[in-house]
Design a binder for this molecule. Structure first.
Ligand SMILES: [Mg+2]
Length: 404
């Protein structure tokens, strides 16, 4: 049996801001945008959470709940810098480390410590070092599986340390509320309650096969998690069905060329994603939202299927031109690539020209992988540089989660 340590920085973005500017310590900080702007709070500090602000609370609502709160736009590069240093500290502990997100990691410490007793010392040492060098608070969970460690890390926040070992694992899971099991969202929780299941212990008593018929692969996962076991590796099962990218604007945009540049940029990102998973799309969805929230969507066919933005873009341009009929500003644009085909399925369409273009795109992706997104720029997206800051991996769009 292994020993795993799951570590999670508490209120990461807000804590970084407080770490950089100590006058913000102890005050309600909300990262996501300025007061009165559109959008949502991406990360409230614990002081803001105490006043009712959650991740996803609109900025308007947050300003109502915390009128004298500190609202910050946030800075991706700053968070990445802290993330790198956080990982630097963890890497010195063990190379057996799984990067979950910028501020969450799971360490396999089976080989580096001997007992759960010494794992406590290791955890306290890590918390102290991260507090001393980065001024960040972390919550840690330790357990005999990755999922047990993760659940333990969420048990006491902020600054918590919870250890699940062979002695207490049964009692811990038998009383655990199902909403604390990873993958159980609001909808699943509701269905389980309807079935009379409120705790992980009750869930563990239901045959996995039965849960699979109701929830699919997620049911098998839940069955294992409810016993504190890692279960099937879901990543292997997960099939990407579509790739979409969208972004909202701080101010409405009416300029057609500027809007097309945004579409091109999003398409570029989406197509690169398809290439990275060896897929081609047979349909493209174009979506935009007017200032008054009317949303317009259209789906176009890509024949033959493609993952080359230079081939797909003329379709997008034509569709957008036909759909953009009102003389109104636009607040959000998005593209979706779906109906995905494997290369083999699309191969029959392959001709010399497509092969040449495929090689070109491959070297483009490789160069960007080495030297960063801006090593190569296309004319279309160059015009966006007036509006956005450049991050290592591309423009920093206003909806940070979608900048990928
Ligand atoms: Mg966190």
């Amino acid at each position: 049996m292994g020993i795993f340590l799951y570590i999670d920085v508490d209120a990461f973005f807000a804590s970084v801001e407080q770490s950089i500017n100590p006058s913000l310590m102890g005050r309600p900080v909300m990262v996501g945008g300025h007061k009165g702007e559109r959008g949502v709070v991406a990360c409230p500090s614990y002081e803001a959470r105490a006043l009712g602000v959650r991740t996803g609370t609109t900025l308007h609502e947050a300003a109502r709940l915390v009128p004298d709160g500190i609202f910050l736009r946030g800075d991706y590069n700053r968070y990445q810098y802290f993330s790198d240093r956080f990982y630097g500290i963890l890497c010195r502990q063990t190379p057996e480390l799984e990067r979950i997100s910028q501020d969450e990691a799971c360490l396999d410490i089976t080989g580096s410590i001997r007992t759960f007793g010494t794992s406590r010392e290791l955890a306290i040492g890590l918390q102290n070092e991260i507090r001393k060098t980065l001024s960040l608070s972390t919550s840690i969970g330790i357990g005999p599986s990755r999922v047990a460690a993760k659940i333990a890390s969420e048990f006491k926040k902020p600054g918590g340390l919870t250890i699940i070992n062979n002695e207490n694992i049964d009692s811990f899971f038998s009383n655990l509320a199902i909403r604390n099991i990873p993958g159980v969202g609001h909808r699943t929780e509701h269905v389980l309650h309807e079935m009379g299941i409120d705790t992980a212990g009750q869930l563990a008593a239901v045959p996995g096969k039965y849960l699979e018929t109701i929830f699919g692969i997620n049911g098998l996962k839940m069955a294992a998690y409810s016993r504190g076991e890692d279960g099937p590796r879901v990543r292997d099962y997960k099939v990407v069905r579509s790739v979409s990218r969208e972004t909202g604007f701080a101010d409405d945009i009416t300029d057609r060329q500027m809007l097309l540049s945004h579409f091109y940029y999003l398409l570029e990102r989406g197509a690169a994603k398809l290439r990275s998973i060896n897929k081609k799309a047979a349909t493209v969805r174009v979506k935009f939202r007017y200032a008054d929230f009317e949303t317009v969507e259209g789906i176009g066919r890509i024949t033959p299927p493609s993952n080359d933005e230079t081939i797909i873009f003329p379709i997008v341009e034509k569709m957008f031109t036909a759909m953009f009929t009102r003389r109104r500003g636009i607040r959000l644009v998005g593209i979706g690539l779906a109906n995905l085909k494997n290369y083999a399925e699309a191969e029959s369409f392959l001709n010399d020209k497509a092969e040449k273009s495929r090689r070109l795109l491959k070297s483009l992706d490789a160069t960007r992988g080495r030297a960063g997104f801006f090593a190569l720029m296309t004319g279309r997206t160059l015009s966006l540089s007036e509006r956005y800051k450049k991050g290592d991996t591309g423009y920093v769009l206003r909806t940070p989660g979608l900048s990928q």
